[in-house]
Design a protein around this ligand. Structure first.
Ligand code: DGL
Length: 266
């Protein structure tokens, strides 16, 4: 039993979908979350910069005494896997567990949607090619999704969101993709819009969910579960905005206060 919190970080609010998924499995864990909203979107940044930022984000959460860190960000997971792996605290990414899940029972082409930096890294494509070499992979960058979601355009009927979904997902629908990886932790929030466009029968594989399950399995195996359900949130952006939108991502009001921290320099 270990009551130290689990650290989560993301460029903004998207990683809260991983917190929500973990809470469903282990409701009593203590959570420490950092959303680097001031530097969002990560997906528009070069890989070299993202690797420095990944280290800064890790240091930020780890310095507060966590038992493990989940990089709840597809962009960081794909551009800085070695930074995560070499870190002295146990880290989890959102890529490996997601690819394992997608490869299980895939029939027909697998689609991957994620940020521009994530798709450009080729990390999902390489991991899928290794896990299921016979399967065609269709990878599409969706750079407008994160800014749209963070500015409140996440409802399935939202006109701007629908236009972006139609533009990005048309090639996936044309290819007859049957399994679709939501490779960015923000995308769980727009799953309804995605499924609505792609049509019935689509299997979505949510990176945030897969990573939360992997983390929970590890905590149980190592007998490190424990906590009182406390939550602390930090954001480099506006604490008020974070508090308001976090309810949408978490599916409930946050238990803990949101604290503003100064923007880090890269
Ligand atoms: N949630 C982040 C991810 O999973 C979004 C990155 C961004 O800010 O572009 O990639």
């Amino acid at each position: 039993m270990d009551n130290r919190p689990i650290g989560f970080f993301d460029s903004g609010l998207g990683g809260l979908t991983a917190v929500r998924a973990l809470r469903r499995i282990l409701p009593d864990e203590n959570i420490l979350y950092f959303g680097d909203t001031a530097r969002m979107p990560y997906g528009a940044r070069p890989a070299a910069q993202l690797r420095v930022m990944a280290r800064q984000d890790l240091d930020f959460v780890a310095s507060r005494g966590v038992k493990a860190v989940l990089a709840a960000c597809g962009t960081v997971s794909s551009t800085a896997p070695d930074v995560l792996a070499a870190y002295p605290v146990r880290t989890f990414d959102v890529l490996s567990s997601t690819v394992r899940e997608a490869a299980r029972g895939a029939s027909g082409p697998i689609g991957v949607i994620a940020t521009a930096a994530c798709i450009a890294s080729g990390a999902f494509q390489r991991a899928l090619a290794a896990a299921c070499p016979e399967t065609e992979v269709v990878a599409v960058a969706c750079p407008a999704f994160v800014p749209l979601i963070e500015s409140g355009h996440y409802e399935s009927g939202d006109a701007a969101l629908r236009a972006a979904v139609a533009e990005y997902l048309a090639p996936l629908r044309e290819k007859g993709v049957g399994s679709l990886i939501l490779g960015c932790t923000h995308y769980g929030l727009i799953e309804e819009a995605i499924c609505g466009f792609m049509g019935p029968g689509l299997r979505t594989i949510e990176a945030a969910e897969c990573a939360a399950r992997e983390l929970a399995l590890w905590l149980r195996k190592e007998e490190l579960c424990g906590g009182t359900g406390e939550e602390r949130f930090f954001t480099s952006g506006s604490a008020e905005d974070f508090e308001r939108l976090s309810a949408v991502f978490l599916g409930r009001t946050a238990h803990g206060a949101v604290e503003h921290v100064d923007e880090m320099e890269v």
